[in-house]
Ligand binder design. Structure first.
Ligand SMILES: Cc1cc2nc3c(=O)[nH]c(=O)nc-3n(C[C@H](O)[C@H](O)[C@H](O)COP(=O)(O)OP(=O)(O)OC[C@H]3O[C@@H](n4cnc5c(N)ncnc54)[C@H](O)[C@@H]3O)c2cc1C
Ligand code: FES
Length: 252
């Protein structure tokens, strides 16, 4: 883990509620990151947000780090409005990412801003010769994020709650989940991940989910992000996760 300054190269708005921050390191090399890992961002010039905010790594290479952000409160509002040229202090990479060593038909399921870690994951799978399909869910068509980038990476299906684009209904009701799948990676709102996990369990599909428990330190020191697991009891999501195999979770 390292702490680095990044400059906002570009702030690309996605409708009223989301923004993509394209950041470049001020100096030094980007550390190697794994899909599913996250960063802790110090929100600049914001007295109310004493604590850093956890944000998934949307994409990273030697020169750039992308963060996809949804307005949820004081800190994320501020991040969504950052002008080009702002310097951001960021701790990275944190946590454990998704398993890359998988086989068979792979489906990546994302809901809302939970699609963020799945773009880089999909690209890594494709680079390993694994054929992936994406299933992206959102409330309405304007909130389906990075659709073009997902389509460039693999076959992409969409579900919208209001039926304004593609399948009408929650992602968990999409027929793709009933097809021949051996592995699912999922990130999104908790009820959506639980519904996908229930389908995976019922159908005997290996499934990993990325938890978004509230965090403070992000490095396993404050214990505020604990999740009760079947194999190890209470574990810190920031250290042992955020990605967990559903077999470890006490989800019914
Ligand atoms: C591992 C991880 C990865 C994440 N990745 C992303 C991402 O890629 N993009 C993104 O936009 N958001 C992401 N989040 C959620 C993001 O961290 C929270 O939305 C943010 O911390 C809220 O801060 P705020 O100052 O805007 O809100 P606050 O003003 O502090 O709170 C506003 C509301 O947000 C809720 N909230 C606070 N923290 C969380 C949380 N961890 N999860 C859900 N709700 C929360 C509060 O309960 C409250 O209702 C991630 C969270 C985790 C733990
Ligand atoms: S956020 Fe402090 S232990 Fe996880």
């Amino acid at each position: 883990m390292t702490v680095m300054d990044f400059m906002v190269k570009e702030n690309v708005r996605h409708g009223d509620n989301h923004a993509l921050l394209r950041l470049s390191p001020m100096k030094g090399k980007m550390p190697e990151v794994m899909p599913g890992q996250f960063v802790q961002v110090d929100v600049p010039g914001c007295r109310e947000t004493f604590l850093r905010r956890p944000i998934s790594i949307n994409y990273a290479d030697q020169r750039e780090l992308w963060l996809l952000i949804r307005r949820s409160g004081v800190g994320t509002n501020k991040l969504c409005d950052l002008p080009q040229g702002t310097i951001l202090n960021i701790m990275l990479p944190l946590g454990r990412g998704f398993t890359l060593d998988v086989s068979g038909n792979v489906l990546l399921v994302g809901g809302g801003v939970g699609v963020a870690p799945l773009l880089m994951l999909g690209k890594r799978f494709v680079a390993r010769g694994i054929d992936v399909k994406f299933l992206l869910g959102a409330r309405t068509s304007s909130e389906v994020l990075q659709l073009d980038l997902f389509r460039q990476t693999g076959e992409t299906h969409v579900a919208t709650d209001d039926g304004s684009l593609c399948h009408h209904g929650l992602v968990s009701t999409h027929p793709l989940l009933q097809t021949d799948i051996q592995h699912i990676a999922c990130c999104g709102p908790l009820p959506m991940m639980k519904a996908v996990a229930a389908i995976a369990r019922e159908r005997g599909i290996n499934c990993e989910v990325s938890l978004e428990n509230r965090m403070a330190c992000g490095v396993g020191a404050c214990l505020c992000c604990v999740e009760d697991t079947l194999d190890e009891g209470n574990v810190c999501v920031c250290k042992q996760g955020p990605v967990f195999n559903i077999e470890r979770l006490k989800w019914t």
